[in-house]
Design a binder for this molecule. Structure first.
Ligand SMILES: *[C@@H]1O[C@H](CO)[C@@H](O)[C@H](O)[C@H]1NC(C)=O
Ligand SMILES: *[C@@H]1O[C@H](CO)[C@@H](O)[C@H](O)[C@H]1NC(C)=O
Ligand SMILES: *[C@@H]1O[C@H](CO)[C@@H](O)[C@H](O)[C@H]1NC(C)=O
Ligand SMILES: *[C@@H]1O[C@H](CO)[C@@H](O)[C@H](O)[C@H]1NC(C)=O
Length: 392
């Protein structure tokens, strides 16, 4: 059954458009990167979802501990491939690249922390200067020299596909190769699933350029918002059976697409006292717990053993979230944030005072839906053991 995307359809006319030039160049880049990191397909995405905030803490504290704590996701029901018979005039250009079938999915438990670095030849030395000892960069006033070209992309480790439908697998291939997606450099999807993004957290100069890049895109923010809304609608339609089966990749990608706007706002927050990005300050901080706040819209909680920094930055990020949750148009899209905001606000207020964050923003009109409990259990387990490791 064809389900029309729920949002108005900017895409067919004013929405994503793909130029042959950009597509072919991007396909080459994409192909090169996919080849280079094929080995990591599979475990990487799942690790990133759970571990991104943790990784920074981990690297900073030089624990050699976390990898063994990652729990492999439980099995998903798989139904035979089927073509859903949708006939639609896709505005994506036809292309032949199919996601590589995933044959090697190694256990996250087998991976060491350094294996989460990129596939490039250089393995970051464990004795590299920690972010807290690197100078805090300011917000560039023009495109910085360190701006990666081509820009890093979500799913750069490949797509660990476990889809039950061809339409869903086509959707992911089409989306990740399309200029309307790539040009928007979505922070939400980078944080959720880009290896290069994870690696860059050890280099503040590079990360500062990346944040600049996500905050300054050539289609402007409103165009990108409508692009991402279009992709979210197309995902719901193409991956309806996967979403029904709680396929982790389909579900988390939908969450991240729908959180594009609010996470753009969070990532681009500036600290006026330093003229730096708040996100960069969070990495720079010797207590990097502020990083947890950026992952809230991805349905990743702030563990309640976290000691918040009470920084103005975390206050303004929570303010961004509260405002979005009060926006009747935004709130239904923020499925992750609706789960994580209130507990994070309560925790923050305990340490930082009642003025610091608005509490009970969601629970005022609580609708409980969404998330398989095991995700919470895994994330909380991993993060708590980390923090216990930190304090011991
Ligand atoms: C895909 O699903 C099958 C069956 O549920 C499961 O055994 C397998 O581990 C899954 N693969 C990945 C990469 O998640
Ligand atoms: C993706 O592209 C292929 C080839 O152009 C097309 O057949 C398919 O319908 C597209 N998938 C979706 C979900 O639009
Ligand atoms: C950090 O990134 C910048 C820009 O890419 C690069 O020039 C520099 O060498 C990197 N520093 C380290 C220590 O890797
Ligand atoms: C953390 O959460 C657990 C379980 O929800 C609760 O029992 C505990 O009191 C919480 N700790 C703090 C410091 O809030």
């Amino acid at each position: 059954m064809f389900t029309p995307p729920p949002s108005p359809q900017p895409a067919r006319t004013s929405g994503p458009t793909v130029t042959p030039e950009s597509l072919s160049q991007e396909r080459q880049e994409r192909f090169a990167s996919a080849q280079a990191s094929k080995r990591y397909i599979g475990r990487r995405f799942r690790m990133a979802v759970i571990l991104i905030p943790v990784l920074v803490i981990f690297l900073t504290a030089r624990l050699s501990y976390v990898a063994s704590r990652v729990v492999e996701k439980t099995a998903e029901p798989v139904v035979p491939l089927s073509w859903h018979g949708r006939e639609e005039n896709s505005n994506w250009r036809h292309h032949k690249r199919h996601p590589e079938p995933q044959t090697q999915v190694s256990s996250p438990a087998a991976s060491s922390p350094t294996s989460t670095s990129t596939s490039s030849a250089a393995t970051p030395s464990p004795t590299a200067t920690p972010p807290s000892a690197q100078p805090l960069p300011t917000i560039p006033s023009s495109p910085p020299a360190a701006l990666p070209t081509p820009f890093l992309q979500p799913f750069d480790g490949g797509i660990a596909q476990n889809f039950s439908s061809l339409s869903c697998s086509n959707f992911f291939a089409n989306m990740t190769n399309s200029a309307p997606f790539r040009q928007c450099r979505p922070f939400s999807l980078l944080l959720q699933g880009s290896n290069a993004f994870v690696d860059a957290q050890s280099n503040l100069t590079l990360m500062n350029a990346i944040i600049y890049g996500t905050c300054n895109t050539t289609p402007g923010i409103s165009q990108c918002e409508s692009n991402m809304a279009w992709f979210a609608g197309a995902l719901k339609s193409a991956c309806s059976s996967e979403l029904g089966n709680n396929n982790a990749l389909a579900a988390s990608t939908l969450t991240a697409l729908q959180a594009f706007s609010v996470m753009y706002d969070a990532a681009c927050q500036a600290d006026p006292t330093t003229n730096s990005y708040c996100y960069i300050e969070a990495i720079h901080n010797t207590n990097p717990s502020d990083l947890y706040y950026y992952a809230l819209p991805l349905d990743i909680t702030v563990p309640n053993s976290t000691v918040p920094t009470c920084s103005q930055c975390s206050k303004s990020v929570m303010g961004v979230y509260a405002a979005s949750l009060k926006d009747a148009n935004q709130k239904p899209l923020l499925t992750g944030l609706s789960q994580t905001y209130d507990p994070a606000a309560q925790l923050t207020v305990q340490y930082c005072g009642a003025d610091f964050a608005q509490t009970s923003v969601v629970s005022a009109a609580l609708v409980s839906f969404g998330r398989p409990p095991w995700i919470v259990a895994v994330a909380v387990g991993v993060i708590s053991s980390l923090l216990m490791g930190l304090s011991s």
